[in-house]
Design a protein around this ligand. Structure first.
Ligand code: HEM
Length: 542
């Protein structure tokens, strides 16, 4: 009898909880400012709405389709009929990224993914915590600091060139098929190690390097092609449940993420200890971690990073600073292999500049004076942005300004859109970067020459580089954007100066894997991680 009474009491409590939760959910749904009158695609199901198409497709597929069908502001469905907005409108983007400051926060369930992969660092933080963390981090990423890293980047680039030359020397026909994605990932890991931590990872020399093995394939393995169940869990379940699963789940994905986190934590901790000791003995170093340790020591104690935050920043730099640069370069090199005329023109500019150097190394200002190099990079990062979407949520009721009026499903024409607190937004960097009003009628075509068109700036200011959103914008602009540009220029100049890159048959199976960054994988071999098979041969000299 006692057991029956307890069961009955528990069942009553659970039912009461469910009823209250449902009532609250419906109250929020129907009292919030509605965006249901904005045109958008039919949901696939009531439970998951349009989310399977959003998260399971290859990069850009839903973005370009919805943009073409419905324009720059699209209503999509989240779970259980919830309305969300899919945005690529330039004026709305400017408002969200810049004008509103911290008025749009990250989706809590997405920041949980950041926490698992990188800890409570910059990519996880929001609002006041983000502002405090960013202030301590900024001194390491100024223009002079990043320019001074160029010799380090060139060293990693030369090491890669040397290894490719060795492979070519032992090949039968002076050409080899290489997984360029794996090579670039290791090269950027080495240059990040030296510039950011004054530490030699040795990833280029040793493919079996423990940390590199853990990072390689991390994103595609943990985030690529999520099942419907994973989408449901990640979007519907509360954050405490996600946290619990991150700690206890024994799925392959979670085990990989936890193993990488432990490894990165150990390495980060020993590096921080080394730097703190060096600072104590008055040793000055110019790597980012040393600057960070120094900036943190001189901050007002209330504004300092905690030990846990310091570790998280290092893990953030390890992931955000290596995978993004190598991925951007990978897609750039793919475009160069598809457009041999662009590749040759770039090589001509590199060699003309090299002749003027009289045997000295390239410097940051040499790169700054190579207009075609800049055009190729801008165009590649416009056309193939490594980070293709951002996810934000309105922190309070607000009104989005629009670049051009839209017609609602009730036939009304509006030039601004009121949205309620908590409305979730998908900001499509990929679709914005192909906006025809901003980048020209041929925005869907790869063409570096667009950057020489003598036209005045079009569209509102949104991004730090070519007005692209590839590095995001406003208070959350990529902190490493200058670092990335000099690093990519160094690698690209060395590679194109020495080698010719061409497509292979394998590219027919190329996928644009959506896993926070856009990774190249091969159909049927996604689990093996990033792969861009290209034919590499020596670039002849006259
Ligand atoms: C071409 C290469 C890169 C691209 C395309 C890129 C892109 C981005 C984007 C889109 C964001 C905003 C993400 C968000 O708010 O959710 C971001 C943030 C960030 N990036 Fe990069 N990034 C690149 C290279 C780097 C490098 C080399 C570093 C460091 C060495 C770096 C460190 C960071 C950090 C720490 C943040 C967080 C900034 C904040 O929230 O305040 N990134 N990056």
């Amino acid at each position: 009898m006692e057991i029956e009474r307890l069961l009955f009491e528990n069942a009553t409590r659970v039912s009461l909880f469910v009823v209250i939760a449902l009532a609250y959910f419906l109250y929020r749904r129907y009292t919030r400012i509605s965006v249901s009158h904005i045109p958008g695609p039919e949901p696939e199901s009531f439970i998951l709405g349009n989310l399977p198409e959003l998260f399971q497709s290859q990069v850009g597929v839903p973005d370009f389709k919805w943009k073409q069908q419905f324009g720059d502001i699209v209503r999509i469905k989240g779970p259980f009929g919830e309305d969300r907005l899919f945005i690529s409108d330039p004026k709305a983007m400017q408002y969200i990224f810049h004008t509103a400051g911290y008025g749009f926060l990250k989706w809590p369930e997405r920041t949980e993914i950041s926490r698992v992969l990188m800890g409570r660092g910059l990519l996880w933080a929001d609002d006041a915590i983000h502002r405090r963390q960013r202030k301590v981090m900024l001194p390491g990423f100024g223009a002079p600091e990043c320019k001074a890293f160029v010799p380090i980047f060139l060293k990693a680039a030369s090491a890669l060139v040397e290894q490719w030359n060795d492979l070519l020397a032992s090949s039968m026909d002076q050409s080899v098929e290489l997984n360029v994605a794996s090579w670039l990932s290791r090269a950027t890991m080495d240059s990040l190690g030296e510039a950011a931590f004054d530490y030699h990872f040795g990833a280029l020399e040793n493919k079996e390097n423990e940390l590199m093995k853990a990072y390689f394939g991390l994103m595609s393995d943990t985030l690529g092609q999520p099942s419907r169940q994973a989408i449901f869990t990640q979007t519907v379940m509360p954050v405490w449940y996600l946290r619990f699963m991150a700690r206890c789940s024994n799925t392959r994905r979670m085990v990989h993420a936890r193993h990488t986190a432990e490894l990165a934590n150990d390495i980060a901790q020993s590096l921080i200890n080394m730097k703190s000791e060096a600072l104590l003995y008055g040793k000055e170093n110019k790597d980012i971690l040393s600057l960070l340790v120094k900036a943190n020591a001189s901050e007002n104690p209330a504004s300092r990073l905690t030990d846990e935050e310091m570790l998280a920043q290092m893990r953030t730099l390890l992931l955000a600073g290596h995978e993004t640069s190598s991925t951007s370069l990978v897609w750039c090199i793919l475009e160069l292999s598809r457009h041999p005329e662009v590749q040759s023109r770039l090589r001509e500019e590199i060699r003309a500049t090299e002749r003027r150097l009289n045997g000295r190394q390239f410097t940051a200002s040499d790169f700054d004076n190579m207009p075609y190099l800049a055009a190729v990079l801008k165009e590649s990062m416009r056309f193939q942005p490594a980070v293709y979407q951002n996810y934000r949520m309105a922190a309070h009721d607000t009104v989005l300004p629009l670049s051009k009026p839209i017609t609602t499903t009730t036939g009304e024409t509006i030039s601004s859109l009121p949205i309620g607190k908590g409305t979730k937004l998908v900001l499509s960097i990929a679709a914005y970067n192909r906006n025809k009003e901003v980048f020209g009628e041929d925005a869907d075509v790869y063409n570096p020459d667009r950057w020489f068109r003598n036209s005045e700036k079009k569209g509102p200011t949104v991004g730090v580089y070519g007005n692209l959103l590839t590095f995001a914008g406003g208070v959350r602009t990529c902190i490493g954007w200058r670092f990335a540009l000099y690093e990519m220029q160094s690698l690209l100049v060395e590679i194109i100066n020495n080698f010719e890159l061409g497509p292979t048959k394998e590219l027919e199976r190329l996928r644009r894997e959506a896993c926070l960054v856009m990774l190249p994988t091969l159909e049927g071999e996604e689990i093996k991680g990033e792969n861009l098979p290209l034919r590499v041969s020596i670039a002849g000299r006259d």
